[in-house]
Design a binder for this molecule. Sequence first.
Ligand code: 1GP
Length: 253
Amino acid sequence: MRRVESYLNDQIRKMGCIHLTLIDPDKCTPEQARSIALEGEKLGTSAFMIGGSTCVGGELLDELIKGLKSGSSLPVILFPGSLFGISRYADAVWFMSVLNSSNVYYITGAQAIGARTVRAYNLEAIPLGYIIISPGGTAGFISQAMTIPHDKPEVAAIYSLAAQYMGMRFVYLERGSGVEAPVPPSMVQLVRKVASEVRLVVGGGIKTREQAKELAKAGAEIIVTGNVVEERGIVGLKEIIGGIEEGVNERGA
Ligand code: 1GP
């Protein structure tokens, strides 16, 4: 296991649940990325993710990553929505497969085409099963997912268990960026119980302290937020990180 994955695991062991800040390259300049990095690290985010379903790549992505790195020494993990989302300046890449896509391209096709670039750039590849819950937002539409109904936790649980059996070390329950409400805590709880050996990542639509608290309490190990920083800045980030701490403290209570 390489550096970034070990770091994430150590942080999770220490804190119970950690926060990652997602940067959307379409909505951010390198200067803004630098200030998010500076403030985010101070507030206790554990790493930065960069990417999105329709995001820009090439030099623009490279410059944003350099901006992040000029403001913080925390790892930068690529979250590629397509082959455009790979940059040599990041530390690692979520090597993700959209497990409930209806199109093989998003399950193994893009991964095969991108694999040599990941190696050539010496990026740490972290295996991630990506599971999209209804409504799924842009991610669900672009990756042609058969989104899992939000009131069917048992379906999310069997997909997660399959990911575990296939050797993926992380599972991401994605509700879609900017959606009305996050994944229900009851779904997180069941997935945690059934697929107990994978690290559980939850994201999409998390906007309040209370939501972050309930998800951490239910067993999420990594909580990802993107929009909250764009919309409410550092105040929003502070609330989310505070909520995560509260949720961990209330586990089992
Ligand atoms: C999207 O889960 C992430 O892939 C983050 O979603 O922008 O709604 O926080 P938000």
